[in-house]
Design a protein around this ligand. Structure first.
Ligand code: 5AD
Ligand code: FES
Length: 344
């Protein structure tokens, strides 16, 4: 296993079978995490980029089976922040030092594209990068959002298994999602994608395929988190993913795409205290603290016990900053775009 990990750390390239072997064998996990940390340091340095996350609406037209915000979950009290409210939240985050604002919501048409474009233009005047995470749109809409100034787009693939994707996403299609990612990339967005680890019926083979996909697609950012069963969803009785496995997939991804931006995800922190700090020491270089008012946070429960839900934005930033500094890392001072190296 060590030889395989060394090969990945040096060449940043593995065959499917080798990735699968790495996923299946747990004998050298600590070595893998250490190597991923080294590669992270070598390629993206000690800076941790903080992205201020605004979950601006939980209205959603989809029924992703694992997600607490799915349309059929009638327990959710739906909200829609006004454009002014979103802008004020962004402004406060920028005043607090954030260099990227991430606008995330359920997938819906409750805001017109014009409204979203105006919002993006206003936020761009604050001299920050803008990331969108608002799901599938048509090409004209994506183009308009890009022209309004949005820099990045997050759209997790969730799984690259057609069979599993279909089961988990009624009325959606994996090929359409891939087409969205391809188009977003073509029109110049930096692309973030990623996976859920530990979905029911997900196999190691399928996770290995996911990692191959991130590499082949040349994703700029890869967000990985354990699936956490939500009691208000059809998957409530499933087991869910483990911290260790999500961390492993993340570490392997760092070895294979050494210059990518990789977040330490909130889902990781949710199932393991200090999960984000452990992730930052195993290959991650980004954290996305929530900058919403606590009033809205409690209503954005993708999964139960989501971390930091009761902390206000200033406290959240302070808390994560202190932790980052305590492990000898620094807070990124730039907008944190991906800096490409000539790794194979
Ligand atoms: N557990 C973990 N992550 C989840 N997400 C949605 N529901 C869950 C859950 N139950 C993730 C999805 C989505 C992102 C915004 O949140 O991967 O892309
Ligand atoms: Fe839409 Fe989760 S199903 S945000």
């Amino acid at each position: 296993m060590k030889t395989l990990i060394d090969k990945a750390a040096e060449t940043h390239s593995l065959e499917y079978k080798e990735i699968l072997a790495l996923i299946k064998d747990n004998s050298e996990n600590e070595y893998l995490f250490k190597k991923a940390d080294e590669v992270r340091k070598q390629f993206v340095g000690d800076e941790v980029h903080l992205r201020g996350l605004i979950e601006f609406s939980n209205v959603c037209a989809c029924n992703c089976q694992y997600c607490g915000l799915q349309k059929d979950n009638s327990k959710v009290e739906r909200y829609k922040m006004t454009v002014d409210e979103i802008f004020e939240t962004a402004k406060k985050a920028v005043e607090n030092g954030y260099k990227t604002i991430v606008l995330q919501s359920g997938e819906s048409k409750v805001y017109s594209i014009e409204e979203l474009c105006d919002l993006i233009k206003r936020i761009k005047q604050l001299d920050v990068a803008v990331t969108l995470s608002i799901g599938e749109k048509n090409e004209a809409e994506y183009r308009a959002l890009r022209e309004a100034g949005a820099d990045r787009y997050l759209l997790r693939i969730e799984t690259t298994s057609f069979k599993l994707y279909r089961k988990l996403h009624p009325d959606m299609s994996l090929s359409r999602r891939m087409a969205c990612l391809t188009f977003l990339k073509k029109i110049g967005f930096e692309i973030g994608t990623g996976d859920l680890i530990g979905l029911p019926e997900q196999t190691d083979e399928s996770i290995a395929e996911d990692i191959m996909f991130f590499k082949e697609f040349e994703a700029d950012m890869i967000g990985l988190g354990p699936f956490i069963p939500n009691p208000d969803t059809p998957l409530k009785n499933e087991i869910g993913g483990t911290f260790e496995k999500a961390l492993k997939v993340m570490a392997i991804t760092r070895l294979l795409i050494p210059d990518a931006n990789i977040p330490a995800t909130t889902a990781m922190e949710t199932i393991r205290p200090d999960g984000r700090i452990i992730a930052l020491q195993s290959g991650a270089n980004v954290v996305m603290p929530n900058v919403n008012e606590t009033y809205y946070r409690t209503k954005y429960e993708l999964y139960p016990n989501k971390k930091c839900v009761n902390e206000d934005a200033d406290k959240c930033r302070q808390c994560i900053e202190e932790k980052i500094k305590s492990i000898g890392r620094t807070i990124g001072t730039s907008q944190g775009f991906r800096v490409r190296h000539n790794a194979k």
